[in-house]
Design a protein around this ligand. Structure first.
Ligand code: AHR
Length: 524
């Protein structure tokens, strides 16, 4: 019943020795020994850094993400700073969000940035045809977005319009934002109240150009990408990191063609993967165990998807210069009853927390190639961190996972070997546990674990090699029901608690991970 999961490469050969010893134990021990879940972490090894941008976000002009979620306007009774909600900013600050993608998504390819600058009363409205056919007043534009980024202390990632825009339009946007000299665009920026240029490193060239961004073939888009990127200039010391529109899920031909034709001219290639919802029920909060299982099984597929795209990229870029940028990911449930279907407003349960936890463990382990990821989306849309209702705000279970995992940002990935049992449902099974480990610059070790089994706790023996630990802090996120979630009436139903079910000594940790839980150990 037990098997190996997540045996990582170890350059000095000891890793293979460890794996071999575990294998021998499995083969020659009585069946009872298979029940032991074992994690071996080499705390003194590791060479790859987990780019902090893996913990990035995405905010689109979609439903209540920007309007109501971020932007309420200067005259709103909801406390705000220059129109941006104070409560949301305060909550998001605690996540140490490194990067924020904007303005879409599909919206990016019908957004004309010049409509979103200058006096608000003069900004022309538009119809948001992708998302609910609502009228967009363009009150949240370039200046407001970059103000938000400054408030949150993070890097902006702007996605430019290829689908319905022009090379000139995108070229001028970069000049408007980043040029400090004397030019029509830089002067227009000054006229609109911003003297100094901003720094914007991350620049996307179109979104889902195979679909809502223009229904293109990879060959056609690869040519367009090369043309657009030619005119995106590095002004005034602002060095652009150009991200080409990438594939979705298992569509591998797109990655192949883009890398072959345009790989030399990009810094990053994007990838989108949504793990959907349940099997029978697509509701975010009304589902059964078969939906839980199906959702987590699909979320785990991220591992193979990343491996396959990375393998294609390796053929053209063995030294891994081009980053794989997973700039949309997450669960996609049915919208909450009574809400606009075009607004993608969904609740968020413990199941979503497990999706986030296991996905981060996968991203961390692929950090050699994955240089950024952006969950869809930060507020009120899809797998959100924050839900708002008028002046009320709540933090979702997914929010708490971002907070619990933030110690992985810019830490060194540690080799970790996990042997675990399966979580079986009907005739299918998935690994019960999922883990990753890292060492921060300061030397602390973070081990993050998910127990995907909703019915059984997991005894785990975690051996820490090459460390001299003195203390550990442990936290757990779990609940009684798989459907547990936070509501405006009960906003703290699911939140992290101190975790006590473990023993710690200098060799490691023995723990009992509760069913359906995310657990983190921070070891000093
Ligand atoms: O995140 C919602 C939408 O999903 C985005 O706008 C689009 O890029 C994707 O299909």
């Amino acid at each position: 019943m037990s098997q190996f999961h997540d045996i990582y490469d170890r350059r000095d050969g000891k890793g293979f020795l460890a794996a071999f010893v575990i294998l021998l134990l499995c083969v020659f021990s009585p069946v009872a020994s298979f029940s032991a879940n074992k994690l071996v972490v080499d705390a003194d090894l590791g060479s790859e850094t987990i780019n902090k941008n893996i913990y990035g976000h995405f905010a689109e002009h979609l439903g209540g993400c920007i309007y109501g979620g971020v932007w309420v306007g200067e005259d709103s009774p909801i406390p705000n700073t220059r129109g941006i909600r104070n409560d949301v900013v305060e909550a998001l600050k605690d996540l140490d969000i490194p990067v924020l993608r904007w303005p879409g998504g599909c919206f990016a390819d019908e957004y004309h940035w010049m409509d979103g600058i200058g006096p608000k009363e003069k900004r022309p409205p538009m119809v948001n045809t992708h998302w609910g056919m609502v009228t967009e007043n363009n009150h949240f534009g370039t200046h407001e977005f970059l103000d938000l980024c400054e408030m949150l202390g993070l890097e902006p990632y702007i996605c430019g319009n290829v689908g319905s825009g022009s090379v000139l339009e995108m070229q001028q946007w970069v000049e408007y934002i980043t040029f400090d000299g004397d030019s029509p665009m830089a002067n227009l920026r000054r006229q609109n109240g911003r003297k100094e240029p901003w720094k914007v490193k991350f620049w996307g060239v179109g979104n889902e150009s195979w679909g809502c961004g223009g229904n293109m073939t990879p060959e056609y888009y690869a040519d367009l990408y090369q043309r657009y990127q030619t005119y995106l200039r590095n002004f005034s010391g602002n060095r652009l990191y150009k991200i080409a529109c990438g594939s979705y899920g298992t569509r591998f031909d797109w990655t192949e063609v883009l890398m072959k034709k345009a790989g030399r001219r990009m810094n990053g290639l994007s990838l989108h993967y949504y793990c959907g919802s349940g099997k029978k029920s697509r509701s975010a909060t009304d589902f059964e165990e078969e939906d839980w299982f199906a959702q987590l099984q699909r979320a785990l597929e991220m591992d193979e998807i990343l491996a396959a795209h990375s393998a294609i990229m390796d053929q053209y870029d063995l030294e891994k210069r081009v980053g794989l940028i997973v700039d949309e990911w997450g669960a996609w449930h049915a919208v909450e009853p009574g809400t606009n279907p075009g607004f993608l407003y969904q609740q968020n349960s413990l199941r979503d927390a497990l999706v986030a936890g296991l996905t981060f463990n996968i991203f961390n382990r692929h950090c050699e190639r994955v240089q950024m990821a952006n969950i869809a989306q930060t507020i009120n849309v899809l797998q959100a961190m924050v839900l708002t209702q008028g002046e009320k705000m709540l933090l979702t279970p997914t929010y708490h996972v971002f907070e619990m995992f933030k110690g992985h940002q810019d830490a060194v990935l540690l080799p970790a070997y996990l042997q675990c049992g399966d979580y079986q449902f009907g005739n299918e099974k998935i690994p019960m546990l999922n883990a990753s480990a890292s060492r921060s610059r300061e030397g602390s070790i973070l081990i993050s674990l998910c127990n995907l089994d909703p019915n059984n706790s997991a005894e785990l023996d975690c051996e820490l090699r090459g460390a001299d630990p003195s203390s550990v802090l442990a936290r757990v996120l779990t609940a009684d029901a798989i459907t547990a979630h936070n509501t405006f009436d009960d906003p703290e139903s699911v939140k992290p608690e101190t975790f006590h079910h473990y023993e710690f000594n200098k060799d490691g940790i023995k723990a009992v991970l509760p069913p359906k839980s995310v657990v983190v150990f921070e070891i000093q």
